[in-house]
Design a protein around this ligand. Structure first.
Ligand SMILES: Cc1cc2nc3c(=O)[nH]c(=O)nc-3n(C[C@H](O)[C@H](O)[C@H](O)COP(=O)(O)OP(=O)(O)OC[C@H]3O[C@@H](n4cnc5c(N)ncnc54)[C@H](O)[C@@H]3O)c2cc1C
Length: 415
């Protein structure tokens, strides 16, 4: 399928796949087995300039957009969804700073992320606040020139290895959802420590950590946007980050099919390759069709967001303004529905495709020394994080109802 990628995007896509084959493939099994962090592979991704493909040139990036980021995540995940997550989770930590941060905050934090010198993380989940982030219990009390953070966050990807954390805490518990605010917290800040490291089903090369804040003094200037805008910051971020999860899912699905086709072409039963059996061919055909449909939806979403957001980023950087304020001034709409659709569809396809791939390979597909079962384990998380697929469906339906209400209102006015 011709997705009309630019020459640069084709190059980025090919480069990411070459890096994945050369630097991720030889170590993916080891890091999946022992759960250690693949620092060497991460440094090689940085040496290939991958971390900055989607970030503005003003901050040392290559000046691409969401589609460039999606292409990299897809190609890395095609080989290892776990190692790819160090790149994707840094994107999730960088985005709120890009979208809601001041020019000073962008200048201070983005260049290190663009160069791959540092990794980032995003921390909203708590023991009692998962799908319902309004239940945030971590507090941030203003004390002179600092906010004092107290509480525990859980399930943080890139935990402990990241240097820059975007953390959500309540500055006004009495206001509930409207009391939550977002902060940039640097690793090493006194009172900020790491608790439990999770033992997981998949994406095991990426550390998932508990963050513990005890009387942690964060400079006032590290507040993102305004007090009370934390959940708004999270949602605005998800509108642009969920295509990254979709890309991870798409890459995992494609990678599982790549491995499966290579196997079923040479495996013989009843005197013929198992790929010649119609039952297997129908699974292949359905999977390939669903993968291509995922790619079409995802790329169209990323292209739409890039088309809308590129002029916004350019103006915000030129004017030293906050990107979200420029979005408002330029009347640029949010892509909540399309991002949720991409994340939901691509991840459901990835779970189905990888499960079918294990089936097509038979017993060997279930074995840990054959790569396919890892794709199935890695796929599962894409249906859960950055909002479960139930939450994505809630959001898609809510947007549909809102759109229908406003078009009914417009029809009534013109009638
Ligand atoms: C490996 C891993 C990495 C993660 N990385 C990060 C990270 O980097 N940063 C971060 O902040 N968080 C992270 N998370 C947290 C993740 O985003 C949450 O686990 C997820 O949002 C679901 O929250 P929960 O686990 O509390 O599930 P719950 O909210 O308890 O949901 C349980 C079930 O109920 C369903 N449900 C809940 N509410 C509704 C509703 N209103 N309608 C329909 N169904 C509903 C859910 O869909 C789900 O099936 C990570 C999680 C994992 C497992």
């Amino acid at each position: 399928m011709d997705y009309e990628l630019t020459e640069t995007q084709e190059e980025i896509k090919n480069l990411a796949y070459q890096v994945a084959l050369r630097d991720l493939k030889p170590v993916r099994e080891k890091h999946d087995a022992d759960g250690t962090f693949p620092w060497d592979a991460v440094k090689k991704m940085a040496a290939a300039d991958l971390p900055g493909v989607y970030l503005p040139e003003a901050y040392g990036g290559l000046g691409g957009g969401l589609l460039d980021q999606v292409l990299v995540v897809e190609q890395l995940s095609r080989v290892c969804g776990g190692i790819a997550l160090s790149f994707a989770a840094t994107g999730l930590g960088a985005l709120p700073i890009m979208l809601l941060g001041t020019a000073e905050q962008r200048q201070k934090y983005i260049p290190d992320l663009a160069a791959g010198r540092k990794l980032a993380a995003f921390s909203i989940t708590e023991p009692a606040a998962g799908s319902d982030a309004t239940a945030t219990k971590t507090t941030a009390k203003l004390d002179g020139e600092h906010y004092v953070l107290d509480g525990t966050k859980i399930f943080v990807s890139n935990g402990e290895v990241a240097e820059t954390y975007v953390v959500f805490a309540s500055t006004n518990p009495a206001r509930g959802a409207r009391g939550v605010s977002a902060f940039i917290v640097e690793k090493g800040t006194p009172g900020f420590g790491f608790g439990k490291k999770e033992h997981k089903m998949g994406i095991r090369a990426n550390p998932t950590y508990e963050l513990v804040f005890q009387n942690c003094r964060v400079p006032k200037k590290n507040l993102l946007y305004k007090e009370g805008y934390g959940l708004f910051t999270a949602q605005t971020t998800f509108d642009c980050s969920r295509p990254g999860v979709a890309a991870q899912a798409l890459g995992i699905a494609q990678g599982a099919m790549d491995e499966t086709i290579a196997y079923i072409r040479q495996r013989k039963q009843f005197g013929q390759p198992i790929s010649s059996f119609q039952a297997i061919q129908h699974m292949m055909a359905d999977n390939a069709t669903q993968i291509e449909a995922s790619r079409a939806l995802l790329y169209a979403t990323a292209k739409s967001i890039d088309k809308a957001m590129k002029p916004v980023y350019d103006k915000a950087i030129a004017d030293n303004a906050i990107v979200y304020d420029v979005m408002q001034a330029m009347n640029v709409r949010r892509y909540t529905k399309e991002s949720a659709m991409s994340k939901c569809y691509c991840s459901d396809v990835a779970m189905k495709v990888t499960t079918d791939c294990v089936q097509m390979c038979g017993g060997i597909g279930y074995m840990a020394d054959f790569p396919v079962e890892k794709y199935m384990r890695d796929a599962k998380i894409t249906q859960i994080y950055e909002g479960t697929n139930q939450i994505q469906r809630n959001e898609i339906a809510a947007m549909m109802i809102k759109e229908a209400a406003s078009s009914a209102k417009a029809d009534a006015v013109s009638a």
